[in-house]
Structure formats: structure tokens, C-alpha cells
Ligand binder design. Sequence first.
Ligand SMILES: [Zn+2]
Length: 73
Amino acid sequence: MINLDFSLGISLYAIFFLNILLILWLFGMREKDRDLYLDPKFTWFCSVCTYTYINTRENPISKCPRCGSYNKK
Ligand SMILES: [Zn+2]
């Protein structure tokens, strides 16, 4: 009975540890995705209001979400 409880405890500990690894891995994947979205290619700097924003569409001209003026790369 004591051995069974010990095995159960080890199993639960292993599952808990694996879950933490999985969460850390998923978090790492999300961080990578965020880095991809923060690519300098998609980062725009408004020349009118100096607002920095992100536009993932590969247009040569993008509209500033703050002042509505058009910016060119
Ligand atoms: Zn602006």
C-alpha cells in the first residue's frame, strides 16, 4: 500500500513536471511567433505623430492607426 502510494506520487510528480515542460514549450513557441510579428519589415514608424505600430500586410504604404496619415517605407 505504501509502495503503491509512492508510485502514484512519482507518477503524479512526473505528469506535473511534463505539464510544466509542455507549458514552457508552448510559451516559447508563442514568444517565437511574437518575434516573427515584430519583424522590422512589419514595424512602421509614423512620420507625422511619431507613433510606432505594426502592420503585417506587405503594403508599400500603410495607414497610421493613431492619426490616420499614410506612411511609406
Ligand atoms: Zn500617425
